[in-house]
Ligand binder design. Structure first.
Ligand SMILES: Cc1ncc(COP(=O)(O)O)c(C=O)c1O
Length: 391
């Protein structure tokens, strides 16, 4: 059996032992210094000014949109474009917060929404924000998308939960938008069991994200920022300041376990990305020789941080053939993320408008994926190569 993932961590046993020791010895397990240290290390690695840690990638998405609403940079009813091929908790916060979701199609050969899709949607729908997902380590023409958003007056956000580490000549994914989200759920590029992070270089947004993350209060702000909020709302003293709630928030806090694991896993990230890229490039050769399958385009990407191998068949019937071939070889498979999200029951319940999304539909009906991780053995890669071959 080749499962979607084999282990939760790089260096599994040592990490679990270190975690057990940390839990036994740490005086405090709720959000504290380890979370802050992980935020700083992650922001530095990704060359962004600030990082805010959350308890999941989905929470990070919710918080980004809530923070923009709190700041008045988005208003209820505004139209937000999102990549139709994405995850549920990229789209759901758009609906939950009273924004209006507009699915953006993708180029099936890059799996991603491209600037042409974004500019057409800004023109026809008057989008106020574009919430792009960088799918399975692949990416669209992000520098052009950034330019298109800037010219069209739309805020660009990146859901980078599936592409931490991917690089384009113009920069790393997750650094093109005003802010980007990341997931550290097991089986992503690096794991803290559950966990998420927002990256941004916008100070005001980072401050609001910290308010949104914890109840709407100011406790996780620096003392000068706390003073600013307390003065603005004439909070007389610390006694009341500790229980002043300034804007809409949630409890989306991580624990010290998240921070501890993040700090432990981060130094291993580069090696894991390289191992996954090598697996991808090896299997891609088999795909390229197979007339039943599309070979995906990534010549605009300099480092492909893939964590699940996408198999895009030329027809839905051929997908049935490869589902049989892969599962028959003991390979655990699943749909390409969750297909075209505009086809999901929740979306149809809340959005009555219908959208033409031929690229996303092709991914929906012809796509399947299996796990790509550093622990794949030479024997696993042989089995996968054989299951991807044309017979
Ligand atoms: C594109 C995308 N966004 C958001 C998420 C949510 O991340 P989490 O599972 O950490 O909430 C995922 C999870 O797989 C994802 O693939």
């Amino acid at each position: 059996m080749i499962p979607l993932m084999k282990s939760a961590f790089s260096n599994e046993l040592a990490t679990r032992k270190a975690l057990a020791d940390f839990i036994l010895q740490s005086p405090r397990l709720s959000m504290d210094m380890k979370c802050m240290e992980f935020e700083q290390a992650f922001a530095k690695r990704q060359k962004m000014a600030d990082a805010v840690l959350f308890n999941s990638g989905g929470s990070a998405n919710l918080a980004m949109l809530q923070a923009l609403l709190n700041l008045g940079r988005l208003k209820r009813g505004d139209k937000v474009g999102f990549s139709a091929v994405t995850w549920s908790t990229n789209v759901m916060p758009i609906l939950q917060l009273g924004l209006s979701p507009v699915p953006l199609d993708c180029d099936p050969l890059t799996l991603n929404t491209m600037s042409s899709h974004v500019s057409a949607a800004i023109r026809s729908h008057g989008l106020k924000a574009v919430f792009i997902t960088n799918v399975l380590g692949f990416a669209g023409d992000l520098d052009q998308i950034r330019k298109t958003c800037r010219e069209g007056g739309a805020v660009l956000l990146e859901d980078n939960c599936e592409a931490l580490g991917t690089e384009l000549p113009a920069g790393a994914t997750g650094t093109f938008g005003l802010a980007s989200s990341h997931s550290f759920f097991v089986a992503h590029h690096m794991s803290t069991i559950e966990g998420g992070m927002v990256l941004t270089s916008d100070e005001e947004l980072a401050e609001m994200l910290r308010i949104v993350r914890a109840n709407g209060w100011d406790r996780n702000l620096s003392s000068d920022r706390q003073l600013k909020w307390r003065r603005r709302f004439k909070i007389p003293d610390e006694f009341q300041g500790k229980y002043a709630f300034y804007d809409l928030g949630y409890n989306l806090r991580p624990t010290e376990i998240t921070g501890f694991l993040g700090l432990l896993q981060l130094p291993a990230l580069d090696a894991m990305i390289r191992a996954r890229e090598a697996n991808y490039l090896r299997l891609e050769k088999i795909v390229a020789a197979n007339p039943d399958l599309f070979t995906l385009k990534h010549d605009h990407i300099t480092l492909l941080s893939n964590f699940a191998f996408p198999v895009l068949c030329k027809t839905p019937e051929l997908r049935e053939k490869y589902i049989l071939q892969l599962s028959g070889a003991g390979v655990e498979i699943r749909p390409m993320i969750a297909g075209n999200l505009a086809r999901q029951p929740f979306f149809k319940k809340y959005v009555s408008e219908s959208f033409e999304l031929p690229g996303a539909d092709l991914v929906h009906f012809n796509g399947v994926y299996f796990g790509n991780y550093p622990e794949l053995t030479a024997n696993d890669l042989e089995i996968l190569s054989s299951a991807l071959s044309h017979y």
